[in-house]
Design a protein around this ligand. Sequence first.
Ligand code: ADP
Ligand code: MG
Length: 455
Amino acid sequence: MAPGAPPRWRRRASPVDRLALPRHTATTAHLCAVYPFTIEAGLGSRGVFLGHNRLAGGGFFFDLHEAYDAGLIQGPNMVVSGAGAHGKSALIKAYLHRAAARTPAGGRPRFTAVIDPKGEWTALADRLGWAALRLRPGGGIRVNPLDAGPGQHPAADSPTQTTRRAAVTGALLAVALGQGELSVSQQRLVTAAVRRAAARTPTPTLLDIRAVLAHPDPTLAADLDTTPGELLDRRRPLLDACVTLVDHDLRGICDGPTSIGLAWDTTPGLVLDLSALLTNRRALKLVLTAAAGWLQAVMYGQPDRHKLTVIDEGWIALDDLAIVRFLQDQWRLGRQWGAANILITHAIADLRGQVHADRAEASIAAGLLNTTSVRVFLHQNPEQIGRLLTDMGLTSTEAALLDGFPPFTALWQVGGHTALVDHVIAADEWAFADTDTAMRTSIPGNTDTSGYRER
Ligand SMILES: Nc1ncnc2c1ncn2[C@@H]1O[C@H](COP(=O)(O)OP(=O)(O)O)[C@@H](O)[C@H]1O
Ligand SMILES: [Mg+2]
């Protein structure tokens, strides 16, 4: 090992180790006899190299958009789940780095956006020439969740625009109210308020929504088939929630017009660094939701490109029913806009511990994960989650094996295909994939140029 290089991982004995035949000599015939998974030929070499395929042998290649184009999966959505420090973020960083270096099949340019609650993606942004925006109160950068998006005529109040704005406003208000979901009457009022605000100004902000709710014009009650008195009552909690958003949680971050102008036709990607909010869970959740809403506009405003949104530390979103519902809609609708999604979250066991298993959050979050076409499971603790994993289409043997996975090994489910992959990080990727620097006594040098890092 090169001097100064980080130590290799000491591996724990695992059930997988017992099955680790030398890769170049294993055959599917041998493995069929001993291995609990369905043996298959792999996904082919479509996409980028991500690691060694223990089942089919050889390399494991993958690309989310291409897997969708090829009909391997029903929706271009992916979840990466596993214990901390097991290489979840590094896997996706390496994927994006490698994907950026090649022209995808079909030649469509890509735009990638990362929501980065821990502030660890900036080095990748620098490497790939992406914009990196640090959102913090008073930081001078604002993103408006009600933006029209690039390329859209700001005055275009299309039904799509209204629906999107009403959805993100409704989600933010529901999170602020701790409600999980607005009532039908509340959501109807929010949609009407969005329309009113958009009629007053081409690109409304949450301040405009607040103004509409604070002073509903006389025709609003009639439009909502109600009396002015009932309308005032109905809007009260929504107004209070909106005021908390613009005066506190989102103040200086998402409460005004978007303050950045990127060259949307050419910018290949964007990282939204939310680490300044890490100690304020409520603000973090709200800014994450608002940022996801703004990114929707950014994504939908670029019809000619393939789009990808990555949410790291996704447990922050999965913690709140209103956000999960919002994301679920985004995932469902993304397909028609050429927009794919990757959510990276800690072990599902922890998710279940985070919210009571009987609560709606648990089942809705499980539903979101369950309907995701590409699922990558790193080390999990199946004692706590056997049923959940089985619900998610794993066999009990597969679920039990996850407990023994060493770091950087994952079970991939790509539609109906299964693969067991040892992920590899290339030497030149170490600089942006390493999140352990603070724990080391020496700074990792990029001195090993011999190729891919092995565990
Ligand atoms: N495939 C790999 N091979 C060797 N080391 C890796 C690999 N992937 C990640 N690492 C190391 O593990 C650390 C934790 O990885 P990271 O992706 O940040 O974990 P997670 O997102 O699961 O918490 C990284 O900083 C890096 O040092
Ligand atoms: Mg991580």
